[in-house]
Design a protein around this ligand. Sequence first.
Ligand code: C5P
Length: 229
Amino acid sequence: MEHEVIVAMDFSSEDEVTSFLKKLGGERPYLKIGMELFYKEGPGMVIRLKDAGYRIFLDLKLHDIPNTVYKAMKNIARLGADITNVHAAGGIKMMEWALKGLREGAPGADTKLIAITQLTSTDERTLHEELLIPEPLSVTVEKYALNAKAAGLDGVVCSAHEAPAISKMGLISVTPGIRLAGDDVNDQKRVATPAMARALGSTHIVVGRSITAAADPLAAYLETVRQFS
Ligand code: C5P
């Protein structure tokens, strides 16, 4: 299994991304582009970053009827991202059709498709009282991961805590909520260091502020890579 550090580009414009990347010297890290930036700058930004030699996790979290997700994924496929994602809550058929769209949109490309199981903003109370799902949250996370596997997906987004169960399923686990020792935890509730995530079986970690808000982002990036390698 490969092990990759992905830096979250939680910036509001391409200009901010460009000035941040200049601080990294010659390093070309794996970047996560989410909805904020994608809806502001459009697909062209993904293509420009790919052309500049960056690998991209395009974090758009699709969730719609299978046919719509299929057609959307055909278009996303042409951007050449290395990883993209859908919500497992859309069901197995939606995930299968997402994968079909990804493959048909760019024949021969090998963009990985992963699934969000439960967002960390969904807690047990929301699950039971609002969504009327009676099972414990952890049971739904494992079931959604198995559904993703059944649909042929490559893996899931999950916390380091869930990574051992995910790695037993033979799936890749892309883990946010990472902090270097001594960093500000900010709004993350359960955090792990890169070394802990590696030991727990995460194959990819998504790191935002520990690198982007560091006094020396290059040093923080290199330390993260060292710990996770
Ligand atoms: O700055 P920080 O390292 O907390 O950023 C983590 C990144 O991972 C952000 O882009 C955030 O939206 C994303 N994320 C997360 N927790 C999840 C899922 C995604 O922090 N459960």
